[in-house]
Design a protein around this ligand. Structure first.
Ligand SMILES: C[S@@+](CC[C@H](N)C(=O)[O-])C[C@H]1O[C@@H](n2cnc3c(N)ncnc32)[C@H](O)[C@@H]1O
Length: 296
C-alpha cells in the first residue's frame, strides 16, 4: 500500500473516532437526566396526572392534552421541566406587571410570588425550629425548590445556597444576592456530607421521584443534619387538577411515616387552610436521619 493510501486511511480512522466521540458526548448530555432515576410510579398516582399546557392554568376549564401514563420517562421529564420553567416565567411576569397580588386576592401589591409561604409557613417553621432545637446553630445550608422566597431570610446561617429547577427563579433569587444553583433535586452537584440544614418547602409534593429526592438530601446532609419540610396536608389530589409540575402526591396522617422511611419526625406543625390567602392546609416537619438519631 502506498504512503498516500496509508495516510488517507489514518485520516479516515481519526475522523470516525471524532464522530464517535461527538455522538457519545451528545448522548451523555441528552440522557443525563434519565440516569437519575425512574419515576416513582408507586408514589404518584399517574393515572390522575394530566399534562396541561401552561396557558390553561387559571382557566376554569383546563385542557388535558394527554395522559402521563402513555408517555415515556424521558418525555415526562422533559414535559415536567418545560412546565416548571414556563410556570416560573408566568409567575415572574405577573410580579413584573404588578398583578401578582390580584392572583393571590390580596389588597397590597407583593414582590414575591410565593407570598403564602413567606407570610405563614416560614414564620411558623422558624418557631417550630426554635421550640424543637432551641440552641442549634447552622453553618452550611441548602434550600431546594426555593421559587421566589427563602427560609434563610428567617434563619441566619453562614453559607446558604438556593436551588431551583426553573432558571428564571434562579435568576430572580441571584439578583437578590443569593448564591443559587439551577439544578434538579434528584441530581445535585453539592458535596456529600456537607450541609447542616436542608429546606424543602412545597417541593417534595411536586418532584417526580420522591425516593431519589430524599436520597439526594440524605447524601448532602451531615449525619446529624436537620431537614425542614413543608408539604400540603390532608389534601386530596382528587380535589385538584393534577398537573405535571404541580401537586403529584398526597401527604396525610396515614402515609406520612411511609413517605419518609429513613427519617425520624422530630416535630410537626399543621398550618390550616384559613391562614393562607389562596392556600391549602400544609404541614411543617422537622426531620433527622433515623440511622443517626436512633443510635444516639
Ligand atoms: C410549589 S413551588 C414552592 C416554592 C417555595 N419554596 C414555596 O414554598 O412557596 C415548587 C418549587 O420547586 C421547584 N422545583 C420543582 N421541581 C424541582 C426539582 N425537581 N428540583 C428542584 N426544584 C424543583 C419549582 O420550580 C418551584 O420553584
Amino acid at each position: 500500500m502506498s504512503n498516500r493510501s496509508k495516510s488517507n486511511i489514518r485520516r479516515l480512522k481519526n475522523r470516525i473516532q471524532d464522530i464517535t466521540n461527538n455522538i457519545s458526548r451528545l448522548y451523555s448530555r441528552t440522557f443525563r437526566r434519565t440516569s437519575t432515576s425512574a419515576i416513582d410510579t408507586v408514589d404518584i398516582d399517574l393515572t390522575r396526572v394530566g399534562n396541561v399546557s401552561v396557558d390553561a392554568i387559571g382557566a376554569t376549564e383546563s385542557t388535558r392534552v394527554g395522559n402521563v401514563t402513555e408517555m415515556s420517562n424521558l418525555e415526562i421529564r422533559d414535559q415536567y421541566e418545560d412546565w416548571t420553567r414556563e410556570y416560573a416565567q408566568r409567575n415572574l411576569k405577573w410580579l413584573e406587571d404588578g398583578v401578582a397580588h390580584e392572583k393571590y386576592v390580596m389588597d397590597e401589591k407583593i414582590d414575591v410570588w410565593h407570598i403564602a409561604t413567606e407570610m405563614f409557613i416560614f414564620p411558623a417553621l422558624r418557631q417550630l425550629l426554635n421550640d424543637t432545637l432551641p440552641n442549634r446553630t447552622f453553618v452550611n445550608g441548602v434550600e431546594i425548590g426555593c421559587g421566589t422566597v427563602t427560609f434563610f431570610d428567617h434563619l441566619n446561617i453562614e453559607n446558604p445556597i438556593l436551588v431551583d429547577l426553573a432558571p428564571d427563579y434562579c435568576t430572580f433569587m441571584a439578583s437578590k444576592g443569593w448564591k443559587v444553583l439551577n439544578e434538579n433535586i434528584e441530581n445535585l452537584s453539592i458535596d456529600s456530607d456537607s450541609q447542616d440544614i436542608v429546606v424543602c418547602s412545597e417541593t417534595l409534593n411536586v418532584v417526580l421521584s420522591l425516593e431519589t429526592a430524599l436520597k439526594e438530601v440524605e447524601r448532602i446532609l451531615t449525619p446529624d443534619g436537620i431537614f425542614l419540610v413543608n408539604v400540603p396536608w390532608e389534601f386530596e389530589l382528587a380535589e385538584y387538577d393534577g398537573m405535571l409540575g404541580s401537586h403529584l402526591r398526597e401527604f396525610n396522617e396515614h402515609n406520612v411515616e411511609e413517605k419518609f422511611p429513613r427519617w425520624d419526625i422530630l416535630a410537626r406543625g399543621i398550618i390550616p387552610q384559613t391562614v393562607k390567602p389562596n392556600g391549602i392546609p400544609t404541614i411543617n416537619l422537622i426531620l433527622a436521619r433515623s440511622d443517626v438519631s436512633s443510635s444516639n
